[in-house]
Design a binder for this molecule. Structure first.
Ligand code: BV8
Length: 227
């Protein structure tokens, strides 16, 4: 039998051991910030400088982080099975790319991308958005973080859903299963016959039980599962 088709969904927990804060763990990003203020379009409209400062600080934190053994193991898996693997990440950091993953969908956007609310262009952005630099295309000072806030449409949904429906194995790594539509993918995969696996520091409040739920740090569980 040829290599199985695998979908891997990752959340903030896969980057935790790289020193990147998660959202809902103690000391997480939501502890110091109200979701309504920093992760909604309304919050951005109310106080764009607050939101831009939140994301600039996270971009700086990620720049000093390094991919960990879990990111590297997924890149090795892609080397072994090629286009039979798709990594769907809720994370906006670039640690999967820096580990070598290419078959990757950032369904909640990317810290390293900026979106212009005037002309709609999305451009790679390593610089800070504080001070509202002009859009390189239209010149308006209307760049925002290119991330998906609550109430906004996630990216790549068609591609993701096609892969989830067709996969033989669905693996969820480092996510609390609190945010939709990502949190619904395990139920969809199971309904279409996939074997479901969770590799998480603690069991998530998943929509349906996983066939194989392993608890522990991603840097231990993911290489052990991949290799
Ligand atoms: C949308 C911005 C319409 C980017 C974020 C159905 C039911 C109920 C509600 C909804 C629904 N459908 C839509 C909604 C509304 C809403 C939603 O889900 N609300 C929730 C609160 C109920 N969803 C939306 O608005 C989405 N948009 O639905 O559009 C639509 C959709 C489909 C089709 C048509 C129309 C938009 C959601 C995106 C919101 N943006 N953030 C950013 O700032 O990064 S959410 C935020 O949460 C991040 O994106 C993050 O990725 C995401 C999930 O968090 P996790 O990654 O899981 O992180 P968390 O801290 O929660 O958990 C960490 C886990 O890791 C823990 O389990 C921990 O144990 C584990 N861990 C920790 N350390 C380790 C570890 N594991 C292993 N090793 C370790 N070392």
């Amino acid at each position: 039998m040829s290599a199985p088709r695998i979908v891997v969904l990752t959340g903030a927990g896969i980057s935790a051991e790289s020193g990147v804060a998660t959202f809902r763990d103690s000391g997480g990003l939501w502890e110091g910030n109200r979701v309504e203020d920093v992760a909604t379009p309304e919050g951005f409209d109310r106080d764009p400088d607050l939101v831009i400062g939140f994301y600039d600080a996270r971009r700086r934190a990620v720049a000093s982080a390094r991919p960990n053994a879990a990111h590297l193991a997924l890149a090795r898996l892609e080397g072994a099975v090629g286009d039979r693997l798709l990594v769907v990440t809720q994370n906006v950091d670039d640690l999967h790319e820096r580990a070598g993953s290419e078959r990757l969908v950032h369904m909640h956007g990317e810290l390293h991308s900026a979106l212009c609310t005037t002309c709609g262009v999305r451009r790679r952005c390593d610089a800070e958005l504080a001070g509202r630099p002009p859009c390189p295309v239209c010149g308006h000072r209307t760049l925002r973080p290119d991330v998906v806030w609550f109430g906004e449409m996630p990216y790549g949904l068609d591609r993701i859903e096609q892969a989830v429906l067709a996969c033989d194995v669905f693996v969820s790594i480092g996510t609390s299963g609190a945010v939709y539509p990502a949190a619904g993918y395990v139920a969809l995969a199971a309904a279409f016959g996939a074997r479901t696996v969770e590799l998480n520091l603690e069991p998530s409040d998943a929509a349906v039980p996983f066939d194989d739920a392993r608890t522990g740090p991603a840097t231990v569980l993911v290489p052990a599962w991949v290799d």
